[in-house]
Design a protein around this ligand. Structure first.
Ligand code: AVI
Length: 320
């Protein structure tokens, strides 16, 4: 068999291939936001986190800094901290440092390089802490298997970054329900959410003046071009992000500027002028709205910490 046809077969077997083709075939074209994060997309996201207009990352970090002692007290002694989608594990470090005799740290991530480098860094800083790195997709059952062999007084799931906002409320409820099923009575969840606020502040965060979010959004088309043999002309699409008050979310789209045909993996897709590809939702919650979501998923809300401007919140909830 020729090398190119083996490559094509592999390509057609991938989730990326299936999801992109299905997403572009719909009435409202969509692309799952998880595909924004290839290597280039992840670097652009890191840049977004540093932007003045993108308040989320620095606000969450400030809340952690200010309330870390109270958070550690709430988690309690002897806890095992589990972090799905841990990445470089930087956000959890202050918490690990402040905990009383934690029984271990169990980060889960799809990138072995990033996770193993983080494990080394944490072990050098906290040599008494057992770090058990689990490599894989945190929505899959196998990456949680390692927990069965670990005895602990209490498990606490750490899920910062407002990642939960990128799921629809129904998906978020299912994901939190999946997390709840990994925990037992008295176990906890420490989770970051972006709060509902003035649409001007929200839209500035997702339409930043330095155009990094625009580049991040368009990068998904570049990724399709290089990985799925697409021929998107990036100059024929514009970045658009707006707050939808009824859905309480910022929607990110790519707007087609001129009607034309695009080919992806040999399939043709028609684009009309003004038509959009919906690339991301970023849901915003009130405190009470998120508490209701926690309850539906099987958690009892305990407390939350916020910043003075009420832009962002970190919630602690438990299984009771
Ligand atoms: C990863 N996630 C929480 C970000 C957010 O704010 O929804 C992703 C993002 N999209 C555009 N800017 C940042």
């Amino acid at each position: 068999m020729a090398v190119s046809s083996i490559r094509d077969e592999k390509l057609q077997d991938s989730d990326f291939f299936r999801d992109v083709l299905a997403g572009l075939a719909g009435e409202q074209k969509t692309l799952p936001c998880k595909y924004l994060y290839d290597e280039a997309g992840s670097l652009l996201f890191e840049q977004i986190c540093e932007l003045d207009d993108y308040y989320l990352t620095r606000t969450e970090a400030a809340i952690f800094r200010q309330h870390i002692t109270a958070m550690a007290r709430q988690v309690g002694p002897g806890a095992l901290i589990i972090e799905p989608g841990a990445g470089n594990c930087e956000k959890v470090e202050p918490l690990l440092e402040h905990l009383q005799a934690p029984s271990g740290y169990y980060p889960i991530d799809i990138s072995p390089e990033i996770l193993l480098a983080a494990k080394e860094r944490i072990t050098a800083r906290l040599p008494n802490l057992e770090v058990i790195a689990s490599i894989g997709d945190f929505t899959q059952a196998d990456v949680w298997e390692g927990l069965k062999n670990l005895s602990t007084q209490k498990r606490v799931l750490f899920f910062p970054g407002s990642t939960i906002g990128n799921f629809t409320p129904v998906q978020a409820e299912n994901l939190l329900g999946f997390f709840a099923a990994k925990l037992g009575c008295g176990d906890g969840l420490l989770i970051g959410t972006d709060l509902v606020k003035d649409s001007v502040v929200l839209e500035r965060a997702y339409c930043d003046s330095e155009h990094v979010t625009e580049e991040f959004n368009k990068n998904i088309l570049a990724r399709i071009n290089s990985e799925l043999n697409g021929n998107f002309d990036l100059s024929l699409f514009a970045h658009r992000a707006f707050y939808h008050p009824l859905r309480q979310r910022v929607e990110m789209h790519l707007v087609c500027l001129k009607s034309h045909l695009v080919q992806v993996a040999g399939r043709k897709f028609e684009f009309a002028e003004g038509e959009t590809i919906h690339t991301e939702n970023s849901h915003k919650y009130s405190i009470s709205g998120f508490n209701r979501l926690l309850l539906r998923a099987g958690f009892s809300p305990v407390c939350h910490w916020s910043d003075p401007q009420q832009h962002y919140a970190i919630h602690y909830a438990q299984i009771s």
